[in-house]
Every structure is written in C-alpha cells, then in structure tokens.
Design a protein around this ligand. Sequence first.
Ligand SMILES: *[C@@H]1O[C@H](CO)[C@@H](O)[C@H](O)[C@H]1NC(C)=O
Ligand SMILES: *[C@@H]1O[C@H](CO)[C@@H](O)[C@H](O)[C@H]1NC(C)=O
Ligand SMILES: *[C@@H]1O[C@H](CO)[C@@H](O)[C@H](O)[C@H]1NC(C)=O
Ligand SMILES: *[C@@H]1O[C@H](CO)[C@@H](O)[C@H](O)[C@H]1NC(C)=O
Ligand SMILES: *[C@@H]1O[C@H](CO)[C@@H](O)[C@H](O)[C@H]1NC(C)=O
Length: 587
Amino acid sequence: MKMIAKLVFLLVCCAPTWALCPTKCTCYLDHKGRNAVACKEGGVVGPLNLNNVSLDTEVIKITAPDDNMNALTMSPVFQSYKQLEEIHITKSNIPQLGMHFFYGLNKLDVLNLSQNNITQPLDHNFRGLSHLKELYLDDNRIISLPSGTFRFLLGLKLLSIQRNRIEELTPRIFLEISKLRILKLSGNNLRELHPEVFKDIQELTYLECRSCALTRLNDEVYHLLPDLIHLDLGNNEIKNISQKELKDLQSIRHLKLDGNLIYTLDDNAFAAQGALKKLNLAKNKIYKISQMAFSENHNLTELDVSYNRIDDLEFLKPLYDSLEKLILNGNHLKIEALNDLILLNVLKELRIADCGLAQLDNEIIPKTVQILDLSENYLSNLNKNIFPDNLTLLDISGNRFSGLEEDLLLVLDHVPNLKLNHNLWSCDLCHIVPLLERINKSVAFREVICAAPYSVKGKTLERLQRSELTWCNSPSYTASDANFFSIGEDGKVGIIAASTSIFLLFLTAVAIIGALCYANRHAAKYYTHEDKITTIEGESIFGNNQSPLFSDGELNFKFPLDCEEKKISIATIDEIKKEHSIINGST
Ligand SMILES: *[C@@H]1O[C@H](CO)[C@@H](O)[C@H](O)[C@H]1NC(C)=O
Ligand SMILES: *[C@@H]1O[C@H](CO)[C@@H](O)[C@H](O)[C@H]1NC(C)=O
Ligand SMILES: *[C@@H]1O[C@H](CO)[C@@H](O)[C@H](O)[C@H]1NC(C)=O
Ligand SMILES: *[C@@H]1O[C@H](CO)[C@@H](O)[C@H](O)[C@H]1NC(C)=O
Ligand SMILES: *[C@@H]1O[C@H](CO)[C@@H](O)[C@H](O)[C@H]1NC(C)=O
C-alpha cells in the first residue's frame, strides 16, 4: 500500500498544462464550471502532495472509502494555488494543521476538514483565510478550542464542529467572527450553553446543538440572539419548556425539540413565537398539551408531535386555519379525538401511522389533504368516502388488509403514489383480483407480496400465475380445485370467473340456504346475519366440511366461514360491506 502511495504521490511531473491530472484522481469542471480535482481512491500515506495538480485548480477534494482511509500529514503545499475556492480533505486521518498552511488563499470560501484526527486547531492554522465563509471540522477528535481560535476568519458565516469531544466552550471562543450566521455544535457533550460565548456572535440565525446533553433552555442565551430563526436542540435532556425561557426567541421560525424529556405544554407555551412556522416535538414524553398552548401561533404550518403519549387533539383548535402538515404517528389517540381533524381547514399532509387504529369510517380526513399516512395500524378495511379528491400519496403499508375491493380501488386509481406493502394480502380469488387487474398500472400493485395462502406466500403479484389463484384462502385448500372455474386468460380474470360462475354461485347460495335451514338453527343464524358476522378464523360453519352439499362429488371445494361471506359479496359485487369489526384494542 505504501509503495503504491509513494508511486502515485512522489512522481513529479514536468510542465503544468490544462490536461494535467494526477493518476488515480479525476479532473473535471464542477457544477459551477470550476476546475476541480477529486482523489477518492484512498490508501495514501505520507505528506500531502499536489504533484500534477494544475495551478489553476479551484476545487480540491481528497477523500477515501471507509475501508481504505488515507493517513496524511499536512505540508505547506497550497501556497501557489491562488485560485482555490474550496478545499476538502476528509477521511485522511490528518492529526494537526500546520502553521500558516492556508496563508495567501484569498479566494478560499470553503474548507472541509471533516472526518480526520484533529485534536486541537489553533488560530494560526487559519491565518490568511479572511475570505473563508464555511469551515467544517466535523467528526474529528477536538477536545478543546482555545479563545479566539477562529479570529482570523473575519468573513466566516458557517462553522460546523459536530461530533467532536468538546465538553466546554471556552469564553471568547468566537472572538472576531461576528458575521457568523450558522453554528453547528451537535454531538458534543456540552451539557450547558453559556451565554457568555454567544456575545461575540449575535447575528446568528441558525443554531444546532443536537445530542449535546443539554438539560434546559437558557433564556439568557436567546436574549443575545435576537435574529435566531432556526434552533435545533433535538436529542437532549430538556424536561421543561416555559413561556419565560422562550420569551426572547421572537424571530424563531423553525424550532426542533424532538427527542427530549418534555412532559407537558402549558397555556401560551409559545406565546412569544408568533413567527413560528415549523415545530418538532416528536419523541418526547408529552401526555398533555394545554388547549391554549398554541393560541398565539397563527403562522404555525407544520407540527410534529409523533411518538408522545397524546390521546386528545383539542390543542389543535388555534391551528385550524394555519396547519398544513400534522404528524401524529405513534400516539395512542382516542378514536373520538380523530373527529377533530376534519376541522383543519388547510391541512395538506396528515400522518397517523402507528396509532393503533383498527377502524376509520367517519369522514375525518379534511378535503385539502394530499398526503395521507395510515401505515402500521390495524386496518383491514377502508371506507371509500373518506378519501379527499386531491390525494397524491396514500400509505396503508403495515396494516391488516387481505384485499381491496373494486369500488375502493376505483377511488384510489386517482392516487399517483400508493404504498401497500406489508399487509396480509390473501392471494386468492376472494381478495386479490381487483389488485391483480391493476398490476400493469403501477409498480405499487406489482410489488404487493402475498401473505397467504401458503402455496404462494412471498410471491409478488407480478410473478403470480393466474392458475395459482385459489378460490379462497383456506389452509386445506389445494390448487387443483381452482380448475373447476374456467379462468380467463386476459386481465379480467376475477370478473370473468365471477360472472361466469354467477349462475353457479346463485345455485350454490340457494343450496346453502336450503342446506342450512335444513341442518341446524345455529348455522342459519350466522347466515341471516351475514353482514355482521364476526369472523373466527378457520372455523367452518359446516363443521369440518361434512355438510350434505359438499359431500357431493362434483362440488369438491371447501368453504371456511370467511369464504362463505366473500362468496356472497362477489355475487352482489357492488354492495360489499365491511365484514370485520375489530375492536380497537389500544383505546
Ligand atoms: C504525473 O503525470 C505524468 C504524465 O502524465 C505521469 O507519468 C505521472 O505518473 C503523474 N504523476 C502523478 C503523481 O500522478
Ligand atoms: C465535507 O466532507 C464530508 C466528508 O467527506 C462530507 O460528507 C460533507 O458533505 C462535506 N461538506 C461539504 C459542505 O461539502
Ligand atoms: C489519532 O490520533 C491519536 C493521537 O492523537 C492516535 O493515537 C490515533 O492512532 C490516531 N488515529 C488514527 C486512526 O490515526
Ligand atoms: C406570519 O406570516 C405572515 C406572512 O408570511 C407575516 O407577514 C407575519 O409577519 C407573520 N407573523 C408574525 C407574528 O411573524
Ligand atoms: C400486463 O401486461 C402484460 C404484458 O403487456 C400482459 O401480458 C398482461 O396480460 C397484463 N396484465 C393485466 C392484468 O392487464
């Protein structure tokens, strides 16, 4: 490895021309039309070397694959590259930056030294970079930063020092970089943000300190940052948020407090945040949001309260005319609470995934909704009337659907993006035909995977042969029985099968009625209440298929209870009714 590296890096070339390019690197014009050199193969060991890199290069990128990192040391090679605008040296295990190495790079905008092994940058490392706008030192091993480390970077706008080992921000750390707008400190174990350090960067608009082990919001900090628009303090240990602590965050438009330990939100919690547009409170422990918590937030358009313990939605009231995106995933909502959703007049995106929903009958989805996520619930049925006209995405993956009926699919045919995977799709004539007919319409149907019957389990609809379709999903059923029906070769397989068999079905139904009346009162009761039958899986009303009807040699298929209902449904194809009424266990 070292040999190759030396060969590549120590061979010096003769005359720099426009065609010059180091072997193992690529030279190109980037999206802004600048001369760029990228060396990404990795495995380079020794001092950084720019042999064969043309002097008019404007962008240099040296990086490596994860399993073949470079081990470079910095050497003063940049001085003659006066045109450089961006330098990225990443995944190269650089331990230190030399004194004045970047001196004279008056055009340098971006310096990216992420994913190295730098422990302590010093002010003289950055001397001469007065034009620099963005400095990235993410994923190094920086333990501390002395006061004034960045004092030569007078034009710095963005500083990112994420995922290092800084435990304290030294006072005056941000000396002389008063133009800083964006500061990213995530992934350092800071525990506290001291107001003192923010005195030098009062124009900050964007502050990110996720996973910083912070235990509170500190109003003294925000007092110094009147222009803060975006604050991200996710994945910390903040327990309380109060109106007082937030009072100075008046310009804030995007606030992220997800992954903290917040339990309640009081009246007017965000009273000073009139400009707030997006609020993320996901993954906290919120069980109560006061009805007036958002009473002053007339501009709030996006609210994420997923994965909390919220059960009612009365707190949405002040947001009826502003909220466009609402994420409620992973809460244990009361079924009545959902009725409030219809009052959200401008809602475009609604996510109620993983909420334990077993039923969704009422028209609770506002007509303005375009994106609807119902995934990871216990739904087995949907009322076709609940869907808004302009739906562009519907996600019902991870539910309990065994099939979708034609009249529902006629509605869903207008939805360009459907997500149907991970359901209990039952690939038999009773359940899957309307889906199967649509496999040429969208990949969503092609990729539906059969969960039953056993003979086709795991197959996608795309690969399912028509001859494999059995009449009903019954464990004791065999494929040869399906040959009884003459299945058409064109796409309309189900309808044809159904219509050609209607007469037979009618006869069968009559025969069944007769047989049932004749047999016992118990079974007759099931039949006459067919709409309300509660399915008991595998149980057969014919007592293990010993009915007089099926002992007849001609009709040798077996109907479990579930199938009996479905057969009737198909015979009266437009009036398919809900058959299951699974009680929502979690509410
Ligand atoms: C520099 O370019 C010359 C001529 O194209 C080539 O022979 C040599 O291997 C290159 N050296 C490096 C380090 O890429
Ligand atoms: C800096 O380098 C890292 C590692 O290669 C990369 O992921 C990141 O996108 C770069 N940042 C910029 C602004 O180019
Ligand atoms: C990073 O630097 C430390 C010393 O500061 C050294 O022990 C370690 O081996 C270096 N890591 C790599 C991957 O070079
Ligand atoms: C709310 O948004 C409107 C339009 O974007 C803006 O004019 C208004 O100033 C905002 N309200 C507050 C309190 O910032
Ligand atoms: C889907 O398209 C293929 C190839 O064009 C065709 O053979 C098949 O019958 C079609 N299936 C349906 C259900 O329309």
